[in-house]
Design a protein around this ligand. Sequence first.
Ligand code: ATP
Length: 375
Amino acid sequence: MVDYTASPLLELSNVHCCYGGTTAVYQLSLRVMPGQIACLLGPSGCGKTTTLRAIAGFEPLCNGEIRVRGEPLSVPGYVMPPEKRRMGMVFQDYALFPHLNIYDNITFGLRKLSRRDRRRRADELLELVDLQGYGERFPHELSGGQQQRVSLARAVAPQPQLVLLDEPFSNLDVELRERLSREFHDIFRDQQITAILVTHDQHEAFAMADEIGLMRDGRIVQWDTPFNLYHEPADRFAAEFIGQGSMISGTLIDGERIQTSLGTLRGSHGFPWPAGTRVDVLLRPDDVRMGEAPSGLYGRVVKKAFKGAETLYTLRTPDGVELLALAPSHSDYDVGDDVGLTMDTEHLVAFPADGEVQAAVEQPTRFPVRAVNVG
Ligand SMILES: Nc1ncnc2c1ncn2[C@@H]1O[C@H](COP(=O)(O)OP(=O)(O)OP(=O)(O)O)[C@@H](O)[C@H]1O
């Protein structure tokens, strides 16, 4: 487990990165604890790779500091060269040396060891990444997933203090991506390796990371656990980027209740806006239960997508509200069926609607509350 009481391994303070006159990363601060798997997640162009390259030492800072265990890597007046930073890199395109066999690829950074020790370390690492017996092969004789496992073995071979992974699974198909992200997670956890993953794929981020920094336009908008990012998004962008869901309109009755066309949704922690504020409430597909309708609420199935163990339904209520709902695939409803609905949210998240005064200083309601249909 990660020791959150320890001193951080990596610390970025107020980092800015510029290309010519354009700033790609703004005032970025973050901490990664020893043994933690962190992730920078966000849409294309938000500055993830630039941040990772700055940590690796390939990108100069135009302001701010980067330290590892308190030691300066990039501070005003001093930049430690990349090869001295003791960081392992895993790239999207594997970047293996095509003319070297797998043994030589893995031991490329271990020149100081004797031939025998290099071979022993390579065998250990091949076992770690489940490629025993592949040492004599060449990269072109391996599948994409196998090549990426080799590049992980090469990255961890010199026992770096930090492993940086830049979109490592983007070239692989969805199933392999999920499998490999779980495998890499288990290896990092087992070997207590500290790692930072960069990806635009939230499934990868969720499968691997202890904490995720969601980025937009060069800034981190929320640094949180996968669970909190999903259930307690800090703003509308986070709510829409992470997971699926519907925003439904409502009006705050008081600090705890929101009137919606689905009934009154009640939260226990209270909302910080005055009664009468128009809000948008986030409902995730797993917040909407299909089957029973104790409050008489029904929705008509307008679309269904089979996902194996579950089916994702799109439902429309008589008021025209569209909702997504996940149901076990054995309870099989057809398009056109009217189905009873119950709202069952662990965390009720609402944002002031556009045009409300409060929307200018959007404050998310990041309170774990239990919402119940009482109307
Ligand atoms: N070498 C460069 N010269 C000028 N601008 C650059 C350069 N590299 C990146 N940028 C710009 O900096 C911003 C951040 O780019 P970056 O590659 O860090 O984003 P990203 O989040 O990693 O995107 P992607 O997921 O598409 O790789 C973008 O607007 C990009 O156009």
